[in-house]
Ligand binder design. Sequence first.
Ligand code: 5AD
Ligand code: SF4
Length: 358
Amino acid sequence: MNVRDTEVISGLLLKAGFKLVEKPDNADIVILNTCSVRQHAEDVVWSEIGVHKNGKIIGLVGCMAQNYKEQAFQRAPNGNFVVGPSDIAKIPHILKDLLKDKGILERKIWETDGLNRPEEIYHTGYYNDKNHAHLVISEGCSNFCAYCVVPYVRGPERHRRFTDIIKEAEQALDKGINKITLLGQNVNSYKSENADFKELLKRMNAMKDLKEFSFLTSHPKDTDVKLFDAMASLDKLSKWLHLPLQSASDRILKSMKRNYTKDYFLDLTKEYRKIVKGGTLTTDVIVGFPGEAEKDFQETFDLLKKIRFDAAYIFKYSPRPGTEADRTPDDVPQKEKERRHRLILDQQRSLAKKNAKS
Ligand code: 5AD
Ligand code: SF4
């Protein structure tokens, strides 16, 4: 999502007459498009933002900007502007304002109150890759998983209009793009103009110049057999499903507010393997969520072995201020989080070898 947002910002800046350069050292303006999903992502930015030499205009954009608002200037006094994910359309204007003003280094601008992105920002035609476009179908998230900052920084789930998505896809194909990835925090709940996600997939598949397309990410609670049928029958749709498990302990899933159980998840993956023959299956897992006891962890460890994902991204729980889980103590010691993390990684490595062999 952030890669696409960076492209959108780049497209807007190019349209407004700015130029992109390869290295920050050669730039007059440096914009950091940021992530708040874990503390580590934020730490990297706080140290990165400090290294840019005075004399440049420096902007903090994205989820961290939304998270800290104008208080970001206290942590990063050399910053000139702070812009949240829903306000990125304003960046060219902010820059022109700052450039007009002689005392730019003292001037601070922040925009974090926006609710919606104007549709035009997706139509500048700028993509990093000349063959592959990432295409946003929905913004924000209303699921409020207990550990997650996304609903707070990206706002409630909003769906782009079906016709606008198709229009962007057609414009991208006209430019020579032949591969598209549909993006949303929870693509499966997509709905607009009486069309649901499966209808969008069907419509995409019918595009003449499109060779291949995929989507990211699916929430298990909104994923069903009908989606797998669509995946099996649509020839251009990649046979790849990213289905974040997070935990296989029903107790922990409940406190994470994920709205599914271990058995439901296991059944879903069995159906997937049965219907989408030879399909790839990947996942995300969090270890060390508050209250995760050894036996909860063991359930996750065992289920990963049973399901044999083609790839799994394993994260150590990172408390996010303002989230529901942050109201309970982060009671799994760091060392223990590291041990669980390592155990799953090692197991995944050997499973991946077996998967590759078969
Ligand atoms: N701590 C650790 N991992 C997290 N994720 C989301 N929030 C947190 C958090 N607070 C992980 C989830 C999600 C992925 C994008 O990041 O596994 O699926
Ligand atoms: Fe975060 Fe849950 Fe929404 Fe995913 S579905 S973005 S984990 S709140």
